[in-house]
Design a protein around this ligand. Structure first.
Ligand SMILES: Cc1cc2nc3c(=O)[nH]c(=O)nc-3n(C[C@H](O)[C@H](O)[C@H](O)COP(=O)(O)OP(=O)(O)OC[C@H]3O[C@@H](n4cnc5c(N)ncnc54)[C@H](O)[C@@H]3O)c2cc1C
Ligand code: FES
Length: 479
């Protein structure tokens, strides 16, 4: 649970011994030890590092105890773990194949590359086969255990505030509920908010949610479990501590939250360039200073608390590019009222070798090179749709710049009968609306399992009405 303190843990990265806090993830512990290059890209062997901090990219894939492609920003440290970088020789820090990135600056042309002489083709194919692939399977194969099977009346995916509240509501309405969460703690994005620098009631509800969940008798919690496949006939495929679990249910509630839009720009993949959630995870959860000198890009209302958070961790803010609607192709700053802000500049790219060393911005003919070892990017949030789309749910544009969201009715049921969408993934904005969407969907899902009862129908209607009022208040604060 949040705030729990565990003893220090020692593990190995190659031959190096790393001392970690017990509640660290592997990637956070390596970051604290100054190790920022975690793996290399498959083709050009470009350095890769901590990027999203939420298990949604491939920046932190490493080999852990012989298992390749482990997302180390999600893997908790354990004593004696053996961690290795991957796709590199001899090491991720000094990868001789990194020369490919320099040789093929304009990309590889597969149609003509070494097409002649023909006699060399078999050798070329063998080499390419050896070099390709993501990570290496262990040389010793072990029997895969059969998939575990679980069945519950209501299954909720995602234990952010929306999912937790939905699970509690369904359990209170009498259903047997399973709550699946990829993280080792419940709380979702609330775990990355700072009590001092972030406003709103998010942090306060975190403790309440954790307490209520542990007291809810019909509610089972599966932590460290990621749902990766939603199959209409078979149910949900979940990987839990390296093992496959197939979950069946009568009703589904998905509450996976939002992800941040990745912004493409030259060298935007260098280690040291992080999304906001990753910066927050390092500072708030892991007490790691993400860098010495930071350059921040994004909307002002997100940059201000982020800047205060970083300064509290000992990071100096060397520049900001205020872009209100940061999305691919939109990296030009508007007004920059803050000190150190760049007004009217656009981001040209980043510079660096193994890690970021500077950003370059330009305005008319003026070019500025701003040295930094951390670039924090606050991309526009967008609902996580993968599970909904796999299940066949229809989507529609959401308000503002949040992309698309699942189409839902008054009780948050999607176009797939028995599947509900909750929280930010359903387009709800603000903690109050997120919690109310959870109450509404959880009660409705449980109520639909039983013969209609006036009490439950009344409860669902009241929750739906409260949600509508909260959403209307948010749209027009003076109402
Ligand atoms: C940048 C930012 C700043 C914010 N600042 C504030 C603030 O200052 N004050 C405030 O009150 N609120 C703030 N909020 C709002 C608040 O954090 C969110 O409204 C709330 O966390 C959304 O809840 P949720 O349950 O919809 O999603 P989340 O909190 O994002 O939770 C989603 C959960 O689902 C899990 N998950 C996702 N996919 C899977 C899967 N496939 N399998 C298993 N688990 C999965 C994730 O691990 C996560 O735990 C902020 C939000 C953002 C994005
Ligand atoms: S998945 Fe770990 S940093 Fe993105």
């Amino acid at each position: 649970m949040a705030g729990e303190k565990r003893p220090l843990v020692e593990f190995r990265f190659g031959h190096r011994r790393i001392l970690a806090r017990g509640e660290d993830t592997v990637a956070a512990a390596l970051h604290r030890a100054g190790i920022r290059v975690l793996s290399r890209s498959v083709k050009y062997h470009r350095p890769r590092g901590y990027f999203c901090g939420t298990g949604r990219c491939t920046g932190c894939l490493m080999t852990v105890d012989g298992e390749p492609n482990v997302r180390t920003c999600q893997r908790s440290v354990e004593p004696g773990l053996q961690v290795e970088g991957q796709n590199a020789w001899p090491t991720v820090g000094l990868d001789l194949f990194g020369v490919l990135d320099r040789l093929f600056r304009r990309g590889m042309d597969y149609h003509h590359l070494l097409a002649r002489p023909q006699a060399l083709q078999p050798l070329l194919h063998r080499t390419v086969r050896r070099l390709s692939g993501l990570g290496k399977l262990p040389s010793t194969s072990s029997e895969l255990p059969p998939a575990r099977r679980m069945r519950k009346q209501v299954v909720v995916v995602g234990a952010g505030p929306g999912g937790v509240r939905a699970a509690q509501a369904a359990a209170e309405a009498g259903a047997a509920v399973l709550l699946i969460e990829a993280d080792e703690q419940i709380g979702g994005h609330l775990l990355r908010l700072h009590p001092e620098f972030d406003c709103g009631s998010g942090r306060e509800v975190l403790g309440e949610l954790a307490e209520q969940s542990s007291e809810s008798p019909g509610l089972e919690l599966l932590l460290g479990a990621t749902a990766f496949g939603s199959y209409a006939s078979e149910g949900l495929a979940v990987v839990h501590r390296g093992e496959l679990t197939l979950v069946e249910a009568d009703r589904w509630i998905f509450a996976p939250g939002t992800g941040e839009e990745a912004i493409p720009f030259p060298n935007g993949d260098l280690p040291g360039i992080l999304q906001e959630a990753a910066v927050r995870a390092l500072v708030v959860r892991h007490k790691v200073r993400p860098g010495r000198e930071a350059f921040l890009i994004g909307p002002l209302k997100r940059l201000q608390p982020l800047a205060r958070l970083l300064e509290s961790a000992g990071t100096e803010i060397v520049g900001t590019l205020v872009v209100e609607d940061l999305a691919p192709g939109r990296t030009e700053s508007g007004e920059a009222p803050e000190q150190g802000g760049l007004s009217g500049f656009r981001l040209v790219g980043a510079l660096g070798g193994r890690t970021v060393r500077a950003v370059v911005c330009e305005k008319d003919r003026e070019r500025r090179r701003i040295p930094c070892d951390l670039v924090a990017i606050c991309g526009a949030p967008h609902p996580q749709l993968d599970l909904f789309l796999q299940a066949g749910a229809e989507v529609q544009p959401s308000e503002g710049s949040m992309g698309e969201k699942p189409q839902v009715d008054q009780t948050f049921q999607t176009t797939v009968p028995g599947l509900y969408a909750v929280g930010e993934a359903a387009g709800c904005q603000g903690i109050e609306a997120v919690l109310l969407s959870g109450s509404c969907a959880g009660t409705a899902a449980a109520a639909s399992l039983r013969p209609p009862s006036s009490d439950l129908v009344d409860l669902v209607q009241r929750a739906a009405m409260a949600y509508e009022q909260a959403a209307a208040k948010r749209r027009s604060p003076r109402a």
